[in-house]
Design a protein around this ligand. Structure first.
Ligand SMILES: [Zn+2]
Length: 70
């Protein structure tokens, strides 16, 4: 289980990058939104999509590589 956050800002493709709480690239507290504790990034991104249906998400290359689409 990890605690997941997404970046409030979007990347160049319009995606909000999803990070674990231990990631080096985790945005500062004022710049991130908590998703919650989840088993893996796939479940965390699914939960984020349900909570924020108008946003697009992508996993961080470093901490959520299996969810990283690029
Ligand atoms: Zn990350």
């Amino acid at each position: 289980m990890s605690y997941y956050y997404f970046n409030n800002n979007t990347d160049e493709h319009g995606y909000h990058e999803v990070h674990t709480e231990n990631c080096t690239f985790l945005p500062s507290p004022s710049n991130r939104t908590p998703i919650g504790y989840y088993e893996n990034c796939k479940v965390a991104i699914l939960a984020a999509r349900i909570a924020y249906p108008n946003k697009k998400f992508d996993g961080c290359y470093f901490c959520c590589r299996e969810c990283h689409k690029g």
